[in-house]
Write a protein that binds this ligand. Structure first.
Ligand SMILES: NCc1[nH]cc(CCC(=O)O)c1CC(=O)O
Length: 310
């Protein structure tokens, strides 16, 4: 009898693409293993009419899947890294971090205009506090509105002229073969992406040696190191989880350049800090970067937010 590995995932188009991608990575490295995919519905999938921050932020897309992993219904879960809270539940671990897709946010414009070229009053839709607050900082004269729903829903809202442009993650579009929709890539000099954006997280049980053996073949060292720095930053900075923080790591020779931003909801203030860290020191340097951001005004911004939430 051949070995079996059971993958758990959300049912969205993007999640299914990602689960199938991981299935192919496993099949390629271990042709003898039979890989199955189980779809699990999450709270985040059920509630689609409110901004995520109001529903409870991070963790919404992962909890039910983690339960299935813990009780042995599945052997591994495929998530978007950026949906993962700083801390994983006891007994679970990040088994592998495959090679990252493009980590940046993109502008999709109905008029084929770049962000700098839009006139004042232009209506830009985005689903996250992080993007909204960085957009308001860059272009205080634009009207930033919340938009939710999957890719198709957001595209429909854009085309129905509810919005002039929308900003979302490049990774989802690229994975679903929609690169042609992208008007402009916003790299970290314009907008710093979310922690883990564009990366996948393969979550496993931490006592599962059989799956760990398979995961070793799927792990991409450079991505893992960058994500490690970003997540160390996240863990250090967050009390609450739905806050406008951003951190992005990129490899430069033997170092990781970490860029972090905390911005106020109204876009009036933005703290932006960078550190060039040796690869071996990236977790400590991610934490230190969080401290720097907090000391240089980030703490004040985050305190305003917490009271605001209640
Ligand atoms: N917020 C939801 C979410 N979680 C992961 C992605 C896809 C991008 C990625 O894998 O980082 C998206 C869509 C988006 O932000 O536009």
């Amino acid at each position: 009898m051949s070995e079996e590995i059971r993958i758990g995932t959300r049912g969205s188009q993007l999640a299914l693409w990602q689960a199938n991608h991981v299935k192919e990575l496993i099949s390629h490295a271990f042709p003898e293993i039979h890989v199955t995919i189980t779809v699990i519905k999450t709270t985040g999938d059920r509630i689609t009419d409110r901004p995520l921050a109001q529903v409870g932020g991070k963790g919404l897309f992962v909890k039910e899947i983690e339960a299935a992993l813990l009780n042995g219904e599945i052997d591994l879960a495929v998530h978007s890294m950026k949906d993962m809270p700083g801390e994983l539940p006891l007994g679970l671990t990040i088994g592998a971090v495959p090679c990252r897709e493009n980590p940046f946010d993109v502008l999709i414009s109905r008029h084929n205009l770049a962000l700098d070229d839009y006139p004042p009053g232009t209506v830009v839709g985005t689903s996250s506090l992080r993007r909204a607050s960085q957009l308001k900082f860059l272009r205080p004269d634009l009207t930033i509105r919340s938009i939710r729903g999957n890719l198709d829903t957001r595209m429909r809202k854009l085309m129905s002229k509810e919005f002039d442009a929308i900003v979302l993650a490049a990774a989802g579009l690229l994975r679903l073969g929609q690169a042609d929709k992208i008007t402009q890539y916003l790299d970290e000099n314009t907008m710093v992406p979310a922690v883990g954006q564009g990366a996948l997280c393969i979550e496993t049980r931490d006592n599962d040696a059989k799956t760990a053996h398979i995961m070793a073949k799927l792990d991409h060292g450079p991505t893992r190191v960058c994500v490690q720095g970003e997540r160390a930053f996240l863990k250090q900075i967050e009390g609450s989880c739905h806050i406008p923080v951003a951190c992005y790591g990129k490899i430069i020779e033997d170092n990781v350049l970490l860029t972090a931003v905390v911005s106020s909801e109204d876009g009036c203030r933005r703290i932006r800090e960078q550190t060039l860290s040796p690869v071996t020191d990236v977790a400590a340097r991610g934490r230190a970067l969080a401290q720097t951001v907090l000391e240089n005004g980030g703490k004040q911004i985050l305190e305003t937010l917490t009271t605001h939430d209640k």
